[in-house]
Design a protein around this ligand. Sequence first.
Ligand SMILES: [Zn+2]
Length: 142
Amino acid sequence: MILNRVHSDRNGIVMVTIGHPGGYYVYKVKDCAYPGVYYVLVRIGADTYKNYIYIGAIVGGFFKLTRMSKLRSSRPEVKVFARAFGYLCGKSSLPEGFNVHYRTRCKYCGKRLTTPKSIKLGYGPICRKRYIHSNERRITNG
Ligand SMILES: [Zn+2]
């Protein structure tokens, strides 16, 4: 796959969080039945596992909207992906203020991480409270 194969899970899905000056979006890029074609979905709302909507396809190395796209090209979710796409393919650098994270799993509980902050730290906010604070307590208690 054009997005590093190392990042795709066994279902051929690559999760990508793209930070941009206004926040971040979470994308799912999936293999589909046609060789060289990938579907791009974006997460809408807070649910980590559901609420992904189709925004377009990668066809022949280009990201394009299709008749099935649920968002218009003017939507920021689409613009951010389009702007970062060259970087995802390893062709160009990121626009100013952008950063890309391939989603990894929490070091402690194994759940998927989505926010740029959690990915950077390696664990989610709940585990951060649970484990880090208990370790601190253990250390201070001797
Ligand atoms: Zn966790």
